[in-house]
Design a binder for this molecule. Sequence first.
Ligand code: GAP
Length: 459
Amino acid sequence: MTQTEDKTISSTGDTPLVPMEKIVSLSKRRGFVFPNSEIYGGVSGIYDFGPLGVELRNNIRRYWWWSMVQINDNVVGIEGNIITHPRVWEASGHVENFVDQLVECKNCKRRFRIDQLPVENLEQNKCPVCGGELSEPRLFNLMMETYIGVVEGERMKTYLRGEACQNIYLDYENVLKSSRMQIPFGICQIGKAFRNEVTPGNFLFRQREFEQWDLQFFVHPSEMEKWFDYWKERRFEWYKSIINHKDRLRLRPHDPDELAHYAKKAFDIEYRTVLGWQEWEGIHWRQDWDLSRHSLYSGHDLSYTDPETKERYIPWIVETSGGVDRTFLNLLLDAYEEEPPSGKDKEGRTVLRLHPWFAPVKVAVLPLQKNKEELVTTAQDIHNRLKRLMVSQYDDVANIGRRYRRQDEIGTPFCVTVDFQTLEDQTVTVRERDGMSQIRLQINELPAYLLERVTWNYS
Ligand code: GAP
């Protein structure tokens, strides 16, 4: 199987867009996401991830890493630090250019980013919430400041990184030398970024602390177009392969007036939710901006010498930069479905149709009855064997229908039920989440059967 082949679960048809409140509520109820510092009233735009959330995040990260680093011979990975030398952010242009224009309503005191205000409100200088008068626009830098050192007066002001990718340019030469890479090649990283967003909100969509994944692909200038198109298409296919609602994904070129200061050209991979079409990942033509600027500001020449032609040049860069948190949110919005009662499920159910690779729990092992010791010990034994291979949950609380629904709601792709027949012939029922179909398997066939369906270790 190749990476671009379609590996999504069965299509769910034309289901309505999921309201954000449903995902916020599920996330809290089932332990995916919690508001940070909730007992102190919370902090806007900052969240923590609970037991299921952390599993989902790890699965998302792992799959990205696998498809970007592990299977590409010309891509390697790094993990840079959040704090860097402050000059980095002058060189990168963030101190000067990483700004939003905001206006404040003189009546209700709400703040709005100018680029997010409806045109009519902008023209009439009117607050979209209360109709009050808006202030003059002000520039607001998004970088979060911090200080290194302990002695007052000697402390050095720097910034928490506003985009994770800067470490890649800083480590570029060390990677080149230590890993015997030659251009064209890429460096990947997953890591936290921080922005003092003027209007954080919409749950995980716009946060102040979030996680990005980046590929920075270094090329000869004459090959820029080719590699830009290559990664744009590949990333688009990647996102298409992890969602159910393919018609909600599109590629949109940036207008010249929305380009970031470092980009000559850009496309957004966008996904449609209740928030409308929104950016999921940016594909940026960064050209020689980064390595030239760091050469200039550091005094260290970052140009490259071609080992064969001896040509010396500053490599150009194709960037693909997406968000772990937006992937997390979009996957939940894409997968969530409330099914009405049917012949198969009389009460109806909420189901998360996550790809089995991403599902936080891969299998639940359920004894049919809690008060039959042999059923319980057999189920516990199966769970204890499976949990070494994948995330498994044992559950014997409530009737079997309710237990299935509990697992459907968190996206568990398989439930294994131990019943009276198990005690006679060592077979169990394997119930699959989406179609609710059931088959019987020998207990010793379970590990191979499940592993094949919940991991991406194929050739
Ligand atoms: N290095 C390029 C860069 O940072 P960006 O478009 O500003 O580009 C890349 O960010 C990705 O990071 C976005 O596509 C989005 O997925 C994610 N992202 C950006 N700001 C975010 C925020 N405030 N909260 C959550 N995710 C964010």
